[in-house]
Design a binder for this molecule. Structure first.
Ligand code: FAD
Length: 286
């Protein structure tokens, strides 16, 4: 904990064993309570001076499904409570979704990755795994107090997911997309700081060399991760020529509107994002 920490209360920690019990506790305790899984994201927020709630509902003790499991229909089901280290070391993730292993590998230190979870990374709304999961077309299952709902990650992020408990992440194995994916993270030197920028992409090209589908996502730091849907649409059905790449670069500069913070200007972030995404697209063709 650094010198900025202002943790002055000792919150009561609840350790429900069932999702329903966790949900009911949150409803009862209201805004005085928050869920945590690994607690590593909230630790950073508290160190920056954010208020510590009176009650913490620790989801990490919930009797759970296997952490990472491939089902017979080639869907990989990842428990939201799987640690980042487990995601990083899963042979299935390594083999079929290497950018997810790469994204997990790039978070914090080994201790943070052992404790931090994939569910917490998504639920905080800013995690560096989100751009990778967006381009992999991940689906999310969450519990809303009455039922388990599975939806596209992109839809889940666009709603206000704050009250839902994320329980699982699903990835569909697709031979077409398997190798044409990329992920890059730009950070500062200090290991305890969040990234400045995270980009990810996935490309599906047919035998005429036309782009059948492109998915591009950006995030990092305190930017809400997003897909660059207009740029993706511009690429669809076309051969990735130098001229098309230039137009896509210009489109990314328009479509991605990061803010300026005390470390980096908006213009710099845009330019780096556009350069990394176009380099990733062209590299993944070979
Ligand atoms: C030193 C350090 C470096 C870090 N570096 C990075 C980094 O480079 N990139 C990065 O992305 N993150 C980083 N983090 C943050 C964090 O480690 C990861 O994002 C981690 O995946 C968060 O998971 P968690 O289980 O610890 O989340 P928690 O802190 O437990 O929770 C995060 C948020 O999600 C909510 N939540 C947690 N689980 C659920 C759930 N299942 N359903 C609904 N809501 C839930 C909580 O209420 C909270 O709002 C760093 C943290 C530290 C301490």
């Amino acid at each position: 904990m650094n010198g900025n920490a202002r943790i002055t209360v000792s919150p009561k920690v609840w350790t429900p064993k069932q999702i329903e019990e966790a949900w009911e506790l949150k409803q009862k305790l209201g805004t005085n309570a928050m869920y945590i899984s690994g607690g590593t994201w909230v630790q950073l927020r508290w160190e920056l001076g954010e208020a510590v709630p009176n009650h913490i509902i620790h989801l990490g003790r919930i009797e759970d499904l296997p952490k990472v499991k491939m089902s017979s229909d080639h869907t990989l089901n990842i428990s939201a409570f799987a640690s980042l280290a487990a995601c990083r070391s899963s042979p299935d993730i390594h083999r079929y979704w290497p950018i997810l292993a790469e994204a997990a590998r790039n978070v914090g230190s080994p201790a943070v990755r052992n404790q931090g979870t994939i569910g917490g990374n998504i639920a905080c709304g800013y995690g560096d795994l989100i751009p990778a999961l967006l381009v992999l077309d991940a689906k999310i299952t969450s519990f809303d107090g009455k039922q388990y709902i599975t939806d596209e990650l992109i839809n889940f992020l666009n709603q206000n997911p704050s009250d839902k408990i994320v329980t699982e992440i699903h990835l569909q194995k697709s031979s077409n997309f398997s190798n044409k994916t990329f992920y890059k993270k730009i950070g500062r030197r200090e290991a305890f700081t969040l990234s400045l920028l995270t980009v990810a992409g996935a490309l599906l090209v047919n035998d005429k060399n036309e782009v059948e589908q492109a998915r591009l996502a950006v995030g990092g730091g305190d930017m809400v991760p997003k897909r660059l849907l207009i740029c993706e649409g511009q690429l669809k059905g076309k051969v990735l020529t130098e001229e098309l790449c230039q137009r896509a670069h210009a489109q990314i500069l328009q479509e991605f509107q990061p803010h300026t913070d005390r470390y980096t200007s908006s213009q710099y972030r845009k330019l780096i994002a556009a350069n990394l995404l176009i380099a990733g697209l062209t590299d993944s063709l070979y």
